[in-house]
Design a protein. Structure first.
Length: 369
């Protein structure tokens, strides 16, 4: 081994250029080459390795293929950060060939840490997009409703905020800031911001409560205080309700948490009450037959509950009409299906009246006569 040692070569490596030994410059150059090679290898083999673990093509694509450059940079520069730290620690050893100016020794690790932090933040930011695909894996009908979309949006917003906050802390640390003072300052600023935006924060957590507890979903008919209507959209700050008059109520989510919500959409059945106005000249026997046939139609209908409370009977008489009260209970999944079945039954009632020869009362026709 002694025969292979060349004192002249060792002396040349220890020569200094701008405070760096040639050995140190070669090591730094080697680190730069290593970063490039490791980055390429990561971009080449990471999809293959993770492909054996992740079965979903959508998740695999967003995890690696769409962000392979950021991932490769983070791995390559991260490894260089570890090795440069070892080199700087070796400077204190007597006889070490590693030598660099104190300024470089102080700032070089910080620069590498800064690059790693930025690369990890970029990769993590793109990784947030897999939340949608993860939820789709566990969704039974392979179709997201409005509530699930809002929950995904809220979760992605929280993750992005967390990534930015943690990334900012690491970037600040790489730039030499005092983290204790920085975090304390952020805590005070955060408290002031929370006090200034307490209503928005209450609405945000109200949205999270609504999305997790699911007291209602998009499409349900709800009653909140004096407001009543169909839920058409659940956002992070407000919930939109369409009333029966086709107007839109913008309800702060905090109100939905602090106010009792009556969900008509979760009824086990839907009651329908209406009144039919028959012509006063209709034969009494025909009216009785009409009521019996309508009640039979209700009982035979596939979407009605066979309740004893269902009825069709004369309730009032006036100088111009016979009033027949109709009461039944729908066994349907929602408002759309109820409207469809109601329309079918109304046409069936009309056909029964025509078959018996009964006319419905119309005040306009009566006045013309």
């Amino acid at each position: 081994m002694d025969g292979l040692w060349n004192p002249a070569a060792d002396s040349a490596l220890r020569n200094e250029v701008f405070g760096f030994t040639n050995y140190t410059l070669l090591a730094v150059l080697g680190l730069l080459v290593m970063i490039f090679i490791v980055r390429l290898l990561t971009m080449r083999f990471a999809p293959t390795v993770l492909g054996t673990i992740i079965r979903s093509e959508a998740i695999k694509g967003k995890t690696v293929q769409d962000s392979d450059k950021a991932l490769g940079t983070a791995v390559g520069v991260g490894l260089a950060y570890v090795l440069i730290g070892i080199m700087i620690d070796d400077m204190d050893r007597i006889g070490s060939p590693v030598l660099m100016p104190e300024l470089a020794a102080n700032f070089l690790p910080g620069i590498l840490q800064f690059v790693v932090a930025i690369a990890v933040v970029v990769w993590a930011f793109r990784l947030v997009n897999i939340v949608h695909d993860v939820v789709m894996l566990f969704d039974t009908d392979d179709q997201l409703d409005g509530t699930e979309k809002t929950l995904i949006s809220a979760l992605q917003s929280v993750l992005r905020f967390t990534i930015i906050f943690v990334g900012a802390v690491f970037v600040a640390d790489s730039m030499g800031f005092d983290l204790t003072s920085l975090i304390a300052g952020l805590g005070i600023s955060g408290l002031a911001l929370a006090l200034a935006a307490k209503d928005s924060i209450s609405n945000f957590f109200g949205a999270i409560t609504v999305l997790l507890d699911r007291p209602f979903k998009v499409g349900d008919w709800i009653i909140v205080g004096a407001a009543e209507g169909e839920v058409i959209e659940i956002n992070l700050r407000t919930t939109l309700i369409r009333t029966s008059a086709d107007t839109i109520i913008t309800m702060p989510n905090a109100n939905l948490v602090n106010t009792p919500v009556e969900n008509v959409g979760k009824r086990r059945w839907r009651r329908w009450q209406t009144q039919l106005h028959l012509d006063i000249n209709a034969d009494g026997g025909a009216v009785d037959t009409f009521c019996q046939r309508v009640l039979k139609a209700i009982e035979d209908h596939p979407k009605t509950l066979k309740e004893e409370a269902s009825f069709c009977q004369v309730s009032m008489i006036s100088a111009t009409s016979l009033d027949v009260d109709l009461n039944l209970y729908w066994d349907v999944s929602g408002g759309v299906e109820e409207r469809q079945e109601r329309a079918k039954l109304i046409i069936q009632i009309k056909n029964i009246a025509e078959d018996i020869g009964i006319e419905f009362y119309d005040g306009r026709v009566r006045q013309q006569r």
